[in-house]
Design a protein around this ligand. Structure first.
Ligand SMILES: Nc1ncnc2c1ncn2[C@@H]1O[C@H](COP(=O)(O)OP(=O)(O)OP(=O)(O)O)[C@@H](O)[C@H]1O
Ligand SMILES: [Mg+2]
Length: 240
């Protein structure tokens, strides 16, 4: 039977779909066979062309069952089930089907409240910080936010997936043949961590990340004087 991973959670826009595709792309770069299974009936399925992994449309319960039957007969494959927001019943069904359960959340108080509820509802699940900031102040604020979680839940928070703007290319209808190094590196690192968890039963824990960007534009300019000055507010050049 294939390994089944689901990416779920009650809050919208936490990065479930992006992370599902990032994970499948990263697994493919590590030469693993992966299927990204979309279960969100509010979204259009993405086409397979240009991808290194299979995509499957399993938006109805029946299609999901058929997909699971297929995956059961594909040993060595990894199926990643992409959930949808505000669907507790579907999340429960996906949780029951999965060997590994990921709950992405962003660095906001609302995301934290929701992921705490989901961690309590799904005792085998791991919280996955998603689109984590690079800027020093935002990182410190994000660390403080995670530190407010009850200790027994905080121990189930994984190392963060950093914001990578080019990750959106994976959700395009047509994926470019060559993806930027940043997205390839981020997806490979995510896939490696997930394989270590599923295959070697390794555990991972959240720890503060060193900032890759200074906190303010002024500090950024000081660190990199050749960088272009950010544009000011828009001003019309038209004569009236
Ligand atoms: N690691 C990342 N770096 C940068 N942007 C990201 C990352 N992950 C997600 N995003 C952006 O965040 C937004 C929401 O992502 P996504 O659609 O994956 O969330 P979702 O949880 O699937 O949403 P929904 O609940 O509507 O299904 C998108 O604009 C996406 O490009
Ligand atoms: Mg989605």
């Amino acid at each position: 039977m294939a390994e089944i991973i689901c990416v779920i959670g009650n809050k919208g826009g936490t990065g479930k779909t992006t992370l599902s595709h990032m994970l499948c792309h990263g697994l493919a770069l590590l030469e693993r066979r992966a299927a990204c299974v979309m279960t969100d009936e509010l979204r259009e399925p993405l086409r397979a062309e240009g991808r290194r992994y299979v995509v499957a449309d399993a938006r109805s319960a029946k299609a999901r069952e058929q997909m699971m039957d297929k995956l059961r007969n594909l040993p060595g494959w990894i199926g990643v089930l992409d959930g949808g927001a505000n669907r507790t019943d579907t999340d429960i069904a996906l949780y029951e089907l999965s060997n590994l359960v990921l709950l992405p959340f962003r660095d906001s108080a609302e995301d934290l409240r929701t992921v705490i509820q989901d961690l309590e509802r799904f005792p085998r699940a791991h919280a996955l910080p998603s689109q984590w900031p690079h800027n020093r102040w935002q990182l410190e604020a994000a660390d403080r936010l995670v530190a407010t979680m009850p200790a027994h839940l905080r121990s189930r928070v994984l190392p963060p997936v950093m914001a990578v703007s080019s990750s959106k290319l994976l959700l395009q209808a047509t994926v470019p043949e060559q993806l930027p190094t940043a997205v390839n590196n981020a997806t490979r690192a995510l896939a490696r961590m997930i394989l270590d968890m599923t295959e070697h039963k390794e555990s991972f824990a959240y720890k503060p990340v060193a900032p890759s960007m200074p906190a303010t534009p002024a500090a950024s300019a000081a660190a990199n004087p050749s960088a272009a000055t950010p544009p000011g507010p828009y001003q019309s050049t038209m004569r009236h």
